[in-house]
Design a protein. Structure first.
Length: 123
């Protein structure tokens, strides 16, 4: 597996697991291109500010939870896919899980994310 895919996914998780507005903003800027996108069943956002805002909302909904990879990263050309889960630090449960497909720009940062939710809490 290319180091490029692993590095992009590591930056992606660093952004999702950053805490505080400044840290989230810096991590998003490191992981995504300026006009990068994120689309899943709940969100369709573009640019650092909107992506950082979406991550902050996830932190509000799941305070203290962390995202972790689930399985290996698989990639080819400028695209990679990987599974993830959102983990409750209190009991280790993972009420949310899914997989994402990322597209990389020439500089190795993410230009787009297509996210899929495989497990979500019941409303």
């Amino acid at each position: 597996m290319s180091v490029q895919y692993e590095a992009a996914v590591e930056s992606y998780f660093a952004a999702w697991n950053a805490s505080g507005a400044d840290a989230i903003g810096a991590a998003v800027a490191a992981a995504w291109t300026e006009d990068g996108t994120y689309t899943d069943p709940l969100f369709d956002v573009r640019g650092h500010q909107e992506i950082a805002g979406m991550i902050a909302l996830a932190h509000e909904q799941f305070p203290g939870f962390t995202f972790r990879p689930l399985g290996a990263v698989d990639g080819h050309h400028h695209t990679a896919r990987f599974g993830w889960e959102l983990v409750n630090p209190a009991d280790g449960s993972a009420p949310v899980a899914g997989f994402d497909v990322i597209t990389l720009a020439g500089d190795g940062r993410i230009s787009g994310v297509s996210g899929f939710l495989d497990r979500v809490p019941e409303a």
